[in-house]
Write a protein that binds this ligand. Structure first.
Ligand SMILES: Cc1cc2nc3c(=O)[nH]c(=O)nc-3n(C[C@H](O)[C@H](O)[C@H](O)COP(=O)(O)OP(=O)(O)OC[C@H]3O[C@@H](n4cnc5c(N)ncnc54)[C@H](O)[C@@H]3O)c2cc1C
Length: 286
């Protein structure tokens, strides 16, 4: 196995594009190294991105935040401006594994690993985040919801990597939240999860919303009908009920020892409603 730690994105893309056999990007390694140790993957090439300086930075610009692909979840949780603008995204990143795991892992690794139960992914979907992709044909930006295409599968082509995640600038009264259900207090995989982001007008009416669910389908899902159910409302009882119904209707989960189809479908509604209530309060809604 060849291990490379280039210092530029261009060099990383060059290595990935020219690779013969299987090539993997290494960010925190909390998925990749576990899979290698378990013998599930045997890379011919591993490209470590942690020496690429811009990928280690969180930048705040007029158009929002750019989070480099090698920024750890712990670093996100230390960035006050990011926490203020996107508390839901940061709390989702802060739920991954333990403090030790968070000091290594990245939200981009979480996204690329494409588990339907990935914790940061529903929050990123809800936030309307975009992935900045670099590849042999140059740069392209895609909505994060276009990255996971199935359990453990992503839409990146040969030679491509994600350089950063872009979060839009927050306008006016906005808030987001992420919740997951696990049978113990931490260090577990989400049985069901929900991310909600919304923006209010001056009167507290929701003018814009996005709702995403995790662990209820082969990939994290963006539930447009759930968002539609609360837009134009002040999140009253009827709106919350409709939001829950839409969330449950979007579920096509697996049935396993961690959660039955019925359980996951019901809890998806509960979490979507609770996450919406938290996001609404964070946005300044009363
Ligand atoms: C003990 C433990 C507990 C965990 N708990 C949780 C949990 O609670 N919730 C949860 O969601 N996950 C959990 N995980 C899984 C893992 O920590 C997360 O998925 C994490 O976010 C992966 O990030 P990483 O940077 O470590 O990814 P890596 O392992 O470095 O990479 C993961 C995959 O993404 C690819 N990749 C990484 N970066 C890029 C890039 N920039 N461009 C293209 N491809 C890329 C890699 O090639 C690899 O296939 C846990 C793992 C462990 C070991």
């Amino acid at each position: 196995m060849q291990y490379e730690a280039p210092e530029t994105t261009k060099a990383a893309v060059g290595l990935l594009a020219k690779a013969k056999g299987s090539a993997y990007v290494l960010a925190g390694g909390s998925d990749l190294l576990v899979r290698m140790k378990g013998g599930f993957v045997e890379p011919d090439l591993v490209v470590d991105i942690k020496r690429i300086k811009p990928m280690r930075e969180i930048r705040k610009t007029a158009s929002g935040f750019t989070i480099g692909a090698a920024v750890s979840c712990a670093e996100m949780n230390e960035n006050k401006a990011l926490i203020k603008a996107w508390p839901g995204v940061v709390e989702a990143a802060g739920l991954i594994g333990s403090k030790q795991v968070q000091s290594r892992c990245t939200v981009v690794g979480n996204l690329c690993n494409s588990s339907p139960a990935a914790d940061s992914v529903p929050a990123l979907f809800a936030a309307g985040a975009r992935a900045v992709i670099q590849g042999p044909r140059g740069k392209r930006k895609v909505a994060v919801e276009d990255i996971p295409v199935g359990p453990g599968k992503n839409a990146l082509k040969k030679g491509e990597l994600i350089e950063a995640i872009e979060l839009p600038a927050r306008k006016g009264k906005s808030g987001d939240a992420y919740l997951r259900f696990i049978p113990r207090s931490e260090m577990d995989i989400a049985v069901v999860s929900a991310g909600v982001s919304l923006t209010l007008d001056a009167k507290g009416v929701i003018k814009d919303a996005r709702v995403a669910l995790g662990a209820v389908a082969p990939t994290v899902v963006l539930v447009k009908a759930a968002a539609k159910a609360i837009v134009g409302t002040k999140l009253d009882g009827t709106a919350l009920e409709k939001l829950g119904e839409a969330a449950s209707a979007a579920c096509s989960p697996i049935d396993d020892k961690r959660g039955t189809v019925e359980f996951r479908t019901k809890v998806a509604a509960v979490l979507a409603r609770r996450a919406a209530e938290i996001a609404y309060k964070r946005a300044g809604g009363k």
